[in-house]
Design a binder for this molecule. Structure first.
Ligand code: PXP
Length: 238
């Protein structure tokens, strides 16, 4: 299983004071040295954390594959096509939300997504869709012929007991469905050192994208240790 480290919240701390530090690029390099397999940044329309220059810096200045998270907005699509990340992960995006809430409605936005997917494919950029483990959404991702999806684990992480078990069963079914369609299964949102192992019954997990909990932990123990702690738990996945 691979770890993509999302460094958005390094930029959140920087933007809080309008300083030039801490540097998301430096964080990405430290994460790479600590054994992370990829770097994720989310260029939001409102530019609340990651800025355009950060995306260019990530493309040129750190050694890992770059996953650019983004809403399917014309301006951001053009930037992505210029920067040429290794992957884009299309997410729903609302200005008023604190963080990404729920998965993309692939069924309802099929035509618009289809156009962007085609443009990215032509540019040699792999497309992932951030979706809930909903059979109709996964089937629509299959019709779009994307090489990968990212299952939204936010709800699973937010609940406990019987509700979490229900979410887990949905994630298991979603992973099986996507795998049967030949789609790589990634997952992310809300994962931390305490809830990660509960996700392990989900089969076929390829990459986990984790941000907030690693950056938060890094404030206490430093980023290299925070990344290694996450990798240690991930190494128990079979
Ligand atoms: N994957 C996607 C698609 C996301 O939108 C986010 C949040 O930016 C993450 C993963 C990482 O979530 P977290 O910061 O909760 O680990």
């Amino acid at each position: 299983m691979y770890l993509g480290v999302n460094v958005d919240h390094i930029a959140t701390v920087r933007q809080a004071r309008g300083t030039c530090y801490p540097s998301p690029l430096e964080a990405a390099c430290l994460a790479a040295e600590a054994g992370a397999h990829g770097i994720t940044v989310h260029l939001r329309e409102d530019r609340r954390h990651i800025q355009d220059q950060d995306v260019w810096d990530m493309r040129r200045g750190q050694p890992l594959p770059l996953n650019l998270e983004m809403g399917n907005h014309p301006e951001i699509v053009e930037i992505a096509l210029q920067v040429q990340p290794d992957e884009v992960c299309l997410v729903p995006e609302k200005r008023e939300e604190v963080t990404t809430e729920g998965g993309l409605d692939v069924v309802g936005n099929y035509e618009a997504l289809s156009q962007s997917c085609r443009r990215f494919k032509d540019a040699g950029i792999a497309v992932s869709l951030f979706i809930d483990p909903d059979p109709a959404q996964i089937a629509a991702a299959g019709e779009l012929q994307v090489p990968m999806i990212e299952l939204h684990t936010g709800t699973f992480c937010d609940v406990e007991g019987a509700k979490r078990e229900l979410c887990l069963q949905e994630l298991i079914a979603g992973a099986r469905q996507a795998h049967a369609l030949g789609i790589q299964v990634n997952a992310g949102h809300g994962l931390n050192l305490d809830n990660l192992q509960a996700l392990f019954p989900v089969p076929h997990l390829h990459t986990l994208n984790i941000g907030h909990s690693i950056v938060a932990r890094a404030l206490m123990v430093g980023l290299p240790k925070a990344v290694k702690e996450m990798l240690d738990i991930m190494s128990q996945y079979v």
